[in-house]
Ligand binder design. Structure first.
Ligand code: NAI
Ligand code: MG
Length: 329
C-alpha cells in the first residue's frame, strides 16, 4: 500500500485534483489517500497557508500530490520543497496529439537542481555601486542531481544525458558542475552516453533540434528557464506536469496555478494534474500502471472528442477524467 498525501489547494487545484484522484482509483493500485489543507482558503480559515499538520502529512507520505495555491503559492510550495528537501525538479517535455505542441515527436526530461545556484537568492543590499547576488554550486549537490539524472535515464531506457552549464565564463562554479558531470558519466559509460553544452547553445538547440534530447541535467536558474522553454515547445499550461524529488519523499504538481479566471466553471484541463500523477507512478516504480495511464491519456487526446476549452474542445474537467477512466477499462 502507498500512503499518498493529497493537497488540492485553491481554485482549479481542487477541481483537477478531484479528477486526478478518480482516475488513480480506477488503476487498481492500493493507494491510501490522506487529504491536507494549504493555500489562500486555508490561510483565511486557519491563520496559516501551510499548517504544520499538512507538512507532517507530506513528510510521512510515500509521495505527495499538490494541486495549486493562489496568492500564497510561494509560502506553500516553496516551503514544502524545503521541508521535504526536494532537491530535484523534474519537467517532462512530451508532445501529445491535439494539443498546441510545436513539435509532435518530443519526449525528454529536464532535471533541474533545486537547492542551490542563483535561487537561494543570497542578495546583498543595494548600495551606491549596485547589488550582488551569490551563486553557490557545491560538489555534493551537483553530484546528487547528476547521479539522479543518470539513474533516471537508466530506469527509463534513455540512452543519453546532456549536461548544461556555462563553464566557459563561470569557470569555477560551472567548471565544477561540468567536471562532476563527467565523473558521474564515467560510472554509466557502458550504458548511457554523455554530452555537454553551454546553456545558450542549448536554448537554441531546443528550438532547432529538440527531438535529439533525452535527459537534460542542469543548475537551478538555467533549469528554470529551459523548463519554461520546454513547456513552450509542447503547448499550454493545461498539459505541463512536474515532479519534485527528495531523498525520501517526492511531490508531484501541475505547473499551472489556481486560475481564478476559470475557477468554479468546471472547465479546467485536468491533464497536467493527471500527467503529474503518471510521474508519481514512475517514481513509485509502478511502470506498468504508468504506461497504462499514459496510453489512456493518449487515446483520449488522439480521439480528440473529449477535450477542455483550452485545447479547443467543450468538455468539462469531469468528462475528461471519465473519458480517461473509460479508456483504462
Ligand atoms: P495560472 O496558471 O493560474 O493561469 C494562467 C492562465 O492559464 C489563465 O488564463 C488560466 O485560466 C490558464 N490555465 C491554467 N491552468 C489551466 C488548466 N489546467 N486548464 C485550463 N486553463 C488553465 O497563473 P496566474 O493566472 O498567473 O496565477 C493565478 C494564481 O495562481 C495566482 O494567485 C498565483 O499566485 C497562483 N499560482 C500558483 C502556482 C502554484 O500553486 N504552483 C503556480 C503559478 C501561479
Ligand atoms: Mg519557472
Amino acid at each position: 500500500m502507498y500512503n499518498i498525501a493529497v493537497i488540492p489547494g485553491d481554485g482549479i487545484g481542487k477541481e483537477v485534483m478531484d479528477a486526478c484522484i478518480n482516475v488513480l482509483k480506477a488503476l487498481n493500485i492500493d493507494f491510501n489517500f490522506t487529504y491536507g489543507e494549504a493555500g489562500d482558503e486555508c490561510l483565511e480559515k486557519n491563520g496559516a497557508a501551510l499548517p504544520d499538520e499538512t507538512v507532517e502529512l507530506a513528510k510521512n507520505a510515500d509521495a505527495c500530490l499538490f494541486g495549486a495555491a493562489g496568492e500564497t503559492a510561494a509560502d506553500v510550495i516553496v516551503r514544502l520543497r524545503q521541508e521535504l528537501n526536494l532537491f530535484a525538479n523534474l519537467r517532462s517535455v512530451k508532445s501529445y496529439p491535439n494539443t498546441n505542441a510545436l513539435f509532435d515527436n518530443l519526449d525528454f526530461m529536464i532535471v533541474r537542481e533545486n537547492t542551490e545556484g542563483m535561487y537561494i537568492a543570497k542578495e546583498e543590499e543595494y548600495t551606491e555601486e549596485g547589488a550582488i547576488v551569490r551563486r553557490i554550486i557545491t560538489k555534493k549537490a551537483s553530484k546528487r542531481i547528476i547521479n539522479y539524472a543518470f539513474q533516471y535515464a537508466k530506469n527509463n531506457n534513455k540512452s543519453k544525458v546532456t549536461g548544461v552549464h556555462k563553464a566557459n565564463v563561470l569557470k569555477i562554479t560551472d567548471g565544477l558542475f561540468k567536471e562532476t558531470f563527467y565523473e558521474v558519466a564515467e560510472e554509466y559509460k557502458n550504458e548511457i552516453e554523455a554530452e555537454d553544452y553551454y546553456v545558450d547553445a542549448t536554448a537554441m538547440y531546443l528550438i532547432t533540434r529538440p527531438e535529439t534530447f533525452e535527459v537534460i541535467v542542469t543548475t537551478n536558474l538555467f533549469g528554470d528557464i529551459l523548463s519554461d522553454e520546454g513547456a513552450g515547445l509542447v503547448g499550454g499550461l493545461g498539459m505541463i506536469p512536474s515532479g519534485n524529488i527528495g531523498e525520501d519523499g517526492a511531490l508531484f504538481e501541475p505547473v499551472h496555478g489556481s486560475a481564478p479566471d476559470i475557477e468554479g466553471q468546471g472547465i479546467a484541463n485536468p491533464m497536467a494534474m493527471i500527467l503529474s500523477a503518471t510521474m508519481m507512478l514512475n517514481y513509485l516504480e509502478e511502470y506498468e500502471a504508468e504506461e497504462k495511464l499514459n496510453n489512456a491519456i493518449l487515446s483520449v487526446l488522439n480521439e480528440g472528442k473529449t477535450l477542455t476549452p483550452d485545447l479547443g474542445g467543450n468538455a468539462t474537467t469531469t468528462e475528461v477524467a471519465q473519458a480517461i477512466i473509460d479508456a483504462l477499462n
